[in-house]
Design a binder for this molecule. Structure first.
Ligand code: NAD
Length: 323
């Protein structure tokens, strides 16, 4: 297969490129000329992605550049965007509108414009944030959407665009990812901040009181679900939750993490982020039924993986490609 992965220098995208190229597919890895990760990590991840066998790397802005090459594929996995609730407020709103909504609109339009037999299947990254906070039961895909931040609204808009494109004959799939963690996690995300603080001997910066909970999902499982969604014959425009069936409180995750590191659980409380869900909780029935997928990695095992990656980062010379 010829596969295009957008957001390929990013956390999830770089793993998806690894998986497709490892399975022998031809991959066009696309990311923006100006990347959103911290420069050190992004540059090193991109260097690694670009040198994988069977991978051609292209720096393209999906919101501005010509997308003919991006639409010429069997499958497009669209992971590019500006993630994160916190940065989407204020001036961030225009950025998420551009890179999550306008970029997705342009990408889908380029795919729809191809002759019907040559149109790729498009797997679009959505987010659990479209649900708002979960109630006393896990969120199912047909629950009403209650996006509570500009980021969540941008993801709900991208979903709508992908469903509309499905109506125009494009095979789209919407994957609602739930709090992804593991090696190469973005520096703004909770576990990345926690592990780096703990390794530096600083208190862990926690937004709120640590009682909010998440369906934390390991990136290895997210990649498996994404590849299954690319391979399976699914109803165009279908949404699927990609999340761990259990939700864990942030303070319990911190206890696990500091226990694994052998450091005291010292915390510095920060003001909660407006629009952040108090609970995310994935109903996994549809993913099981349509993709034959459930998240297999438990949190203790997955955190050990992420900790090992952070330790490894500290031993890699600046500028070198990282795993
Ligand atoms: P990331 O920031 O690590 O990767 C996103 C990449 O997209 C970046 O490298 C960035 O440079 C690129 N990008 C942004 N705008 C672009 C543009 N206009 N043109 C080309 N490239 C552009 O993010 P991630 O954590 O890997 O998330 C990947 C996708 O999954 C995002 O769409 C995000 O909203 C979604 N998602 C992530 C999580 C999570 O927990 N990480 C949860 C739910 C949904």
């Amino acid at each position: 297969m010829r596969v295009v992965v957008t957001g390929a220098a990013g956390f999830i995208g770089s793993h998806v490129v690894d998986a497709f190229s490892g399975a022998g597919h031809e991959v066009l890895a696309v990311d923006a000329p100006e990347r959103s990760l911290s420069p050190g990590v992004a540059r090193r991840t991109w260097a690694r992605v670009a040198t994988r066998p069977g991978v051609v790397a292209a720096e393209l802005d999906l919101a501005a550049d010509d997308l003919t090459a991006v639409s010429a594929a069997d499958v497009v996995v669209h992971l590019a965007g500006r993630p994160g609730v916190r940065d989407s407020w204020g001036p961030g709103k225009a950025v998420v509108e551009r890179d999550n909504v306008a970029a997705t609109r342009r990408l889908l339009a380029a795919c729809v414009q191809r002759p019907p037999r040559l149109r790729p299947k498009v797997v679009v990254a959505s987010s659990s944030s479209v649900y708002g906070s979960a109630g006393p039961r896990p969120n199912r895909e047909d629950d009403p959407l209650k996006p509570a931040s500009p980021y969540a609204v941008s993801k709900a808009k991208a979903e709508r665009l992908a469903r509309t494109a499905a109506g125009s004959g494009l095979r789209t799939v919407l994957l609602r990812y739930f709090s992804v963690y593991g090696p190469r996690q973005r520096p703004d995300m909770a576990f990345h901040r926690f592990v780096e603080a703990a390794l530096d001997g600083r208190p862990l910066p926690v937004f709120g009181d640590g009682r909010s909970s998440r369906s934390f999902t390991h990136v290895r499982d997210v990649v498996a679900a994404t590849l299954a969604a690319a391979a399976e014959d699914l109803a165009p425009g279908v949404a699927v939750n990609v999340g761990h069936a259990e939700h864990v409180a942030v303070r319990d995750a911190i206890a696990m993490l500091t226990g694994a590191l052998g450091v005291p659980a010292q915390i510095r409380r920060e003001t909660p982020v407006a629009g952040d869900a108090t609970r995310t909780w994935a109903d996994t029935s549809r993913a099981r039924e349509l993709l034959g997928w459930t998240a297999a990695t438990d949190l203790a095992e997955g955190l050990a993986d992420q900790i090992a990656w952070h330790r490894g980062l500290r031993t890699v010379p600046e500028g070198a490609a990282v795993g």
